[in-house]
Design a protein around this ligand. Structure first.
Ligand code: ARE
Ligand code: CA
Length: 588
């Protein structure tokens, strides 16, 4: 037994409650080392002779180096002590507890999860499991009201190529007019990048947190939008830009004017006085010296109160369904804990998604965000499907690793994106190779987590990174990739009608790195769905073990093409064209 590779701790993603009476435990071991992992547990106050209870820990995932085992402890009292019982592939056995490895249970020490407080059970909104989110960049989605167009509005044409200072006149009325389009597409939520008053086209430099930017409409327009979206079963999520304000924000204007005498001087990180913006800002900003974005001191209770009132106002006044948090990892944890408490108090079903491009486990303990924009997912998908920089084995390992850092409540609702207003469009990253793009989209709609569509991807829009990825949405149907749009509709509808795809767990099913074949299985209660990808330019014949579908499956049907494949002796043979994917479900 490779003891030094075996890891467990009594917190984070290694031990966390699923409910007041259930604890998920996870153990990591060197890949291939353990043949068996079980966990013994009892009430933490029980005596030495307590027989206890056993739970099997199943090997749920592997990466290049490690296997991960997971078990569930069911406890009436919620006061738990536990010890692992391990056996390796050559039959060596050991107990593994708080003090280490031992031959006798009493010598291993016990891990303790002292008490499961119901309030500390991580809960993410149930509806989020079934969500398909559509991201709208309001300045570029649809111009529904010419009367509010900014000066210098440029023509909205399919060949428009935005610069950093371009305006096209998109607005909220435009979104209202296009709600039928979104409903038909099948999306269930809209995420809007910022809509509050700001001088820029992107509105990440907020001038007034209490005002809808008049270029986008009025408060009444937004309220109408939320109502009409809700009527169609579509939820609305706004962008919370609290890491920094815009330089026109009243408090920063006061600081510019009154310097050291400003009563708002502790709202920002000022290096010296007077406060200047040129030639270089002498205060902290977003990123590196962006003068228009002074960083807010969210640690200051006054700032915290101010911003939380903003949150309350928008939630109570308009009934929005959640927030996406800009630059979430540069704002202090205390702020986000208070933020969560308030948001969930106003609406327990509201969704909180942080914008973090990296390991976000520190914010996903359960007391801050529900989940994050899953840029780790994007990285892996990009390098497997678009650029081919990693093979199916590496792809699988990366997916495993980025899943294993989080609790399952968060994993199920991670916002899996292919691209965004901050990145090159995915189809462009595929150098326009639509077959690769389609395969990545198939992965996005079948893998565990919430698919997040960046507006226009569904009709085949392209664009390099910001500002080119923010081209005005193309509405001329003659310029739409209609087959692609139909493909999106089909995938959305398959996903939404499958409990396994919305709520199921995920297991790797088959990996052939040389052939470019990748497959996984998802299961929820009785439903099992398998998804297979041929990420190669060759036709492939793959023989797959069909036992995950149960012993009585007589054939598997591809929900995309309708083809049926017979099952013989728990095996099915599948012919995949270059870059073909299949969504397989058993028939009995
Ligand atoms: C503008 C120009 C850019 C220029 C930039 C720098 O358009 O071409 O590079 O200025 O001065 C908003 C606007 C942007 C604007 C920016 C600054 O939308 O158009 O850029 O303001 O005025 C990091 C952050 C992450 C952030 C990205 C952009 O961690 O939070 O950078 N994303 C949010 C929003 C943006 C928004 C802001 C923050 C600011 O989604 O739209 O920008 O409010 C690596 C790093 C990541 C990094 C990522 C991208 O992976 O690890 O941390 O994200 O690259 O750079
Ligand atoms: Ca307009």
């Amino acid at each position: 037994m490779i003891q030094e590779a075996i890891f467990h701790r009594t917190g984070g993603a290694f031990a966390y409650p699923l409910s007041p009476h259930q604890l998920r435990v996870r153990l990591r071991a060197k890949k291939g080392d353990l043949a068996m992992c079980r966990v013994w547990y009892a009430d933490r106050y029980s005596g030495e002779d307590e027989p206890g209870t056993w739970a099997d820990c199943e090997k749920t995932a592997s990466d290049e180096l490690f296997d991960y085992f997971e078990g569930r402890i069911d406890s009436q009292t919620g006061r738990i002590k536990y010890v692992f019982r391990l056996e390796d592939t050559i039959g060596e056995k050991a107990w593994f507890g708080e003090t280490g490895f031992a031959a006798m249970k009493k010598d291993a020490g016990v891990f303790q999860y002292a008490y499961i407080h119901p309030s500390e059970v991580f809960q993410t909104p149930d509806w989020a499991n079934e969500a398909v989110v559509y991201q709208i960049f309001p300045e570029r989605f649809h111009n529904g009201d010419k009367s509010n167009d900014p000066e210098r509005t440029e023509p909205w044409t399919p060949d428009a190529r935005p610069r950093a200072d371009s305006f096209y006149g998109g607005d909220l009325q435009g979104v209202i007019e296009r709600l039928p389009y979104l409903e038909q597409l099948g999306v269930t939520s809209i995420y809007f990048t910022p809509i509050f008053l700001s001088p820029s086209h992107h509105k990440y430099d907020t001038a007034d947190y209490y005002q809808i930017d008049p270029q986008f409409g009025e408060l009444s327009t937004f309220k109408q939008l939320v109502q009409e979206a809700h009527r169609r079963g579509i939820k609305v999520i706004l962008d919370a830009v609290f890491n920094h304000a815009g330089d026109q924000f009243f408090a920063f204007q006061d600081v510019l004017k009154h310097g050291e005498r400003s009563r708002y001087k502790d709202w920002f990180y000022l290096h010296s006085f007077p406060v200047v913006q040129e030639p270089k800002p002498n205060y902290e900003t977003f990123a590196n010296q962006v003068p228009a974005m002074p960083k807010l001191k969210t640690e200051n209770p006054e700032v915290r109160r101010y911003l939380l009132e903003v949150v309350r106002y928008w939630m109570e006044e308009t009934g929005i369904d959640g927030w996406r948090l800009d630059v979430a990892n540069e704002v202090d944890h205390r702020f986000w804990r208070d933020f969560r408490e308030l948001v969930k108090e106003i609406n327990p079903a509201a969704l909180i998604i942080g914008e973090i491009w990296h390991d976000s486990s520190a914010w996903l303990e359960g007391d801050e965000f529900d989940s994050v924009m899953n840029y780790l997912f994007r990285e892996s998908v990009l390098r497997f499907f678009a650029t081919g920089k990693i093979d199916a084995g590496q792809f699988d390992a990366e997916l495993t690793r980025s899943r294993m850092i989080y609790k399952e409540q968060a994993v199920r609702v991670l916002w899996n994106l292919l691209d965004s207003h901050d990145t090159e469009r995915f189809l462009t990253s595929c150098s326009g190779a639509e077959e690769k793009f389609r395969l990545a989209v198939l992965f996005q709609f079948t893998y565990i987590g919430t698919p997040l569509i960046y507006y226009g991807d569904e009709i085949g829009m392209e664009g390099k990174t910001d500002p080119d990825c923010r081209r005005p949405m193309i509405w001329e149907e003659s310029c739409h990739n209609k087959e692609l749009l139909a493909y999106y509709r089909r995938l959305i509808s398959i996903r939404r009608s499958s409990p396994a795809l919305c709520r199921g767990n995920v297991h790797t099913w088959y990996v052939d790195a040389n052939a470019g074949i990748y497959a996984f299985v998802r299961q929820y209660e009785q439903e099992v769905v398998g998804v297979v990808f041929n990420n190669s330019d060759q036709q492939r014949t793959v023989c797959l073990d069909t036992s995950p579908f149960g012993t009585s499956a007589t054939e598997l049907e591809d929900l995309l093409q309708g083809d049926k494949f017979p099952v013989n002796q728990y095996k099915g043979v599948f012919q995949l064209a270059p870059y073909q994917g299949m969504i397989l479900r058993g028939t009995f």
